[in-house]
Write a protein that binds this ligand. Structure first.
Ligand SMILES: NC(=O)c1ccc[n+]([C@@H]2O[C@H](COP(=O)([O-])OP(=O)(O)OC[C@H]3O[C@@H](n4cnc5c(N)ncnc54)[C@H](OP(=O)(O)O)[C@@H]3O)[C@@H](O)[C@H]2O)c1
Length: 285
């Protein structure tokens, strides 16, 4: 029986990246749909749950992605609501690679040191990757600060994390490298999750900071998110800190993403979201 992965994307076009990793993770066929919303996903879900007998249902799985984390969460909620009794399938949420990237970045740090009680700053934290990194760090007991260019956006994002997940993340506005540099002064951990091709910190902003223990940069497109970190750094020592570049994070992210896809086809009752994906990342980091 063919393993079918139905890819529901909240963006207009289903992500090419997620399609490729769907195949590499073991799907025999990936069918992508764009513009998926909580309102229109029900019919798509029905096609996945009414077509195969119970013993074969694990061969049909759902993957949710897109650039808007909140939209992805709402689609996931609608999918779960549509399932009933044995009419269900396994589903994974990974808006813009949010869960797999954040899980890889955070697990690489937490597998080397406890973060409980330490201050972690997530730069560009309002995007999907930053939101998930903030959530995972907060659940590990870190004091998490989220930066955005807008206090309103950061405040809204932190309010969402509190309401949906019960974690406390502190919102901050920081515009430009100097303001972000000031925000990380008392931090032990920095995760840079700003948009692709945007520098969030210069090397001078972290090089001489003796509080810092770990820096992780997710952005692989020059200029890199944190100047002075090489994109292939993976637990590399620089200026007395342990650093990770975007490829150093991305190699684990990709392996994790593929492994999650493979896991979807093992049983028909799994929901792979932040908690489950991070737990798996911790066994792999
Ligand atoms: N290494 C990997 O394997 C991997 C995998 C997936 C993604 N990524 C990378 O992870 C990063 C985060 O992804 P994402 O999808 O969460 O990003 P995103 O949503 O595109 O951007 C994240 C945040 O960056 C801020 N931002 C946008 N333009 C900016 C600018 N000019 N200056 C400062 N801040 C700016 C925005 O926050 P405000 O508007 O609130 O300031 C935005 O919410 C990206 O660099 C992406 O390429 C890496």
């Amino acid at each position: 029986m063919k393993r079918l992965l139905f890819h529901f994307d909240t963006d207009a076009h289903p992500s090419v990246f997620d399609c490729v990793v769907g195949y590499d993770g073991g799907a025999d066929h990936v069918q992508g749909y764009g513009g998926v919303t909580p309102e229109n996903v029900g019919q798509l879900v029905d096609g996945t749950i009414f077509t195969r007998p119970l013993k074969d249902k694990h061969n049909t799985a759902i993957f949710v992605s897109g650039g808007d984390m909140s939209a992805g969460e709402q689609v996931l909620d609608a999918i779960k609501k549509r399932f009933f009794a044995d009419f269900r399938g396994s589903v994974m949420l990974d808006s813009n690679g949010s869960n797999t990237t954040a899980a890889a970045a955070v697990a690489q740090i937490t597998q080397r040191s406890t973060v409980k009680g330490k201050r972690a700053v997530v730069l560009g934290g309002t995007g999907p990757v930053g939101l998930r990194a903030a959530l995972m760090l907060a659940r590990e007991g870190a004091e998490v600060l989220m930066s955005s260019r807008s206090w309103n956006r950061s405040n809204q994002a932190c309010a969402h994390l509190r309401e949906r997940y019960g974690v406390d993340v502190k919102p901050f506005e920081a515009n430009g490298d100097d303001e972000r540099g000031a925000l990380i002064e008392a931090a032990q951990i920095v995760v840079a999750a700003g948009a692709i091709g945007v520098q969030m910190l210069g090397e001078k902003h972290w090089r001489d900071n003796s509080n810092l223990e770990f820096l992780s940069d997710c952005n692989a497109q020059p200029p890199l998110g944190i100047a002075g970190i090489d994109m292939v750094d993976k637990g590399t020592q620089r200026h007395g800190k342990t650093v990770f570049g975007a490829i150093g994070v991305g190699s684990l992210k990709l392996t994790l993403h593929r492994r999650c896809i493979a896991r979807l086809f093992e049983a028909s009752n799994q929901v792979l979201d932040a908690e489950e994906i991070y737990a798996l990342a911790k066994t792999m980091a």
